[in-house]
Design a protein around this ligand. Structure first.
Ligand code: 9MR
Length: 457
């Protein structure tokens, strides 16, 4: 399926939470209860990133979801997750034709319950292949790879925001060549074949090429990946994004031209993601620089760190993460949060306040609680709304939006949807009595959400 067959800005079935805390822009309206807003600094990574139109995520090891210290930090700080190992080929198809989705589904469930976006990692890779695949070659391997891509992307269809379709396909060093692997030996077109299969299986997921050591703009490997993406774009191979793993640990350091690399890829017409960030000894400066570089590039959609606590890291002896083994915030955490909070550039359009016409409403009385609307930040293409419930500690609030507007993300509640996608029931999930959501205008800049009911319990 050609890239051009998708509508730009397509709506997603996944409504994941991007945590936004600050509400600015007020409209005092007859009949509406409008709270004073404040532009206070966000206090978590996810909330702050969302205010900049980004996500801040982490790799998650599903087994650690049983560790409450771990999940407390995960749920509080992050609004995006990547399975550290559970969506790799050996995990999902240990025997040919036998798919094991249990752990991956558990992570997706957790993410959905917390409103986190999910990055799928990874559909095609030379590493972590199950034994049966390692022993294959030629057409048999090509077909098995494509079948894996199709089966897995179909299974998760509608739940994955971005797929790392192909991971680490280029060689290190100065050659700029493809990495030798059993997949590469099936023919140079294996990468585009994987992207086409993924697009067909899940047309709504964004499809990324992901690699390490493509951070330094001068490196031959970076240039080689750049040329591949350029070629794919020119020939209509469906690629939406490039993931820079950015393991600045052990082998390579943060390069001063990192921002150039991000913006150069973005200029090809793809989004860029920082997908596996960790930095040896977690220097605050380098972490701050990475955040500032991402914020400076409109198409840099977000940052994922490769683990939560140092003790969770694949390189735990290098202490490369934002939380120490006891789950305490390290200086690098403070640097990242401050950089996010200081960032001023939303990805598209300029914030304007107050919102255009259209009035937030309070629901009719009688449901045992009251839902009060606070208009939030407005960009060129979307706006935020937050709703505060009083009179009940557990509640459900029904919100209707006017198509073609679509709610694209929610926070601090558990949403369910009617079949039209235009009516959302938001239930309390223990995150407090204020929830919020982002609405894409899709050409209608005047309509505003209507609160239909607030029901206690
Ligand atoms: O963090 C992952 C570790 O638990 C696995 O043992 C390892 C196996 O290859 O993969 C690690 O994650 C890698 C990621 O999937 C791709 N980029 C490099 C990451 C660190 O090795």
């Amino acid at each position: 399926m050609a890239n051009s067959s998708r509508a730009p800005g397509r709506s997603r079935r996944l409504r994941a939470a991007l945590v936004v805390s600050a509400a600015v822009g007020l409209l005092a309206t007859a009949g509406a209860v409008v709270l004073p807003g404040s532009a206070s600094a966000a206090s978590t990574l996810g909330a702050s990133a969302a205010e900049r139109g980004r996500y801040f995520g982490t790799a998650v090891a599903v087994s650690r979801l049983n560790d409450s210290a771990y999940t407390t930090i995960l749920n509080r700080e992050f609004n995006q997750v990547t399975a550290e190992n559970e969506m790799k080929i050996d995990a999902l198809q240990p025997n040919q034709g036998q798919f094991n989705y249990g752990n991956a589904d558990r992570l997706v469930q957790h993410a959905r319950s917390q409103g986190m976006l999910v990055r799928g990692h990874t559909l095609a890779w030379h590493s972590q292949q199950p034994g049966w695949m390692q022993n294959m070659s030629g057409t048999t391997l090509r077909n098995a790879m494509l079948n894996h891509v199709t089966q897995v992307a179909t299974h998760f269809r509608g739940q994955i925001e971005w797929w790392d379709v192909v991971n680490e396909a280029f060689a290190d060093g100065g050659s700029g060549a493809r990495r030798d692997s059993n997949l590469q030996r099936t023919g140079n077109d294996w990468i585009e074949a994987a992207f086409r299969a993924a697009r067909q299986a899940d047309p709504n997921a964004d499809l990324c090429y992901n690699d390490y050591n493509i951070d330094n703009w001068s490196d031959a490997k970076t240039q080689a990946v750049y040329r591949m993406v350029q070629d794919f774009k020119s020939r209509g191979v469906p690629i939406d994004c490039v993931g820079l793993q950015s393991h600045f640990t052990g082998g390579s350091n943060y390069p001063s031209n990192y921002r150039t690399t991000l913006s150069s890829f973005a200029a090809l017409g793809v989004d860029v993601h920082i997908t596996e960030l960790d930095i040896r000894n977690a220097p605050s400066d380098a972490y701050r620089n990475v955040v500032n570089d991402c914020l400076a590039v409109a198409r840099c959609k977000g940052i994922t760190v490769w683990g939560i606590r140092d003790s969770d890291s694949w390189r735990s002896s290098e202490n490369p993460l934002l939380f120490n083994g006891s789950g305490q915030k390290k200086p690098a955490y403070d640097a990242v949060l401050a950089a996010l909070n200081n960032g001023t550039t939303p990805p598209t359009g300029n914030p304007t306040t107050p919102p255009p016409t259209g009035n937030p409403t309070t629901p009719p009385p009688g449901g045992g609680c009251t839902a009060t609307v606070t208009p939030g930040q407005v960009w060129g293409d979307r706006y935020n709304t937050s709703v505060t419930v009083s009179g009940a500690s557990t509640w459900s609030v029904v919100v209707a939006i006017t198509p073609p507007q679509r709610i694209s993300s929610t926070w601090s509640g558990s949403p369910t949807w009617d079949s039209s996608g235009n009516v959302m029931t938001m239930r309390s999930n223990g995150s407090g009595n204020t929830f919020g959501f982002t609405t894409m205008m899709n050409g209608n800049s005047s309509a505003r959400p209507q609160i239909r009911s607030c029901t206690a319990g």
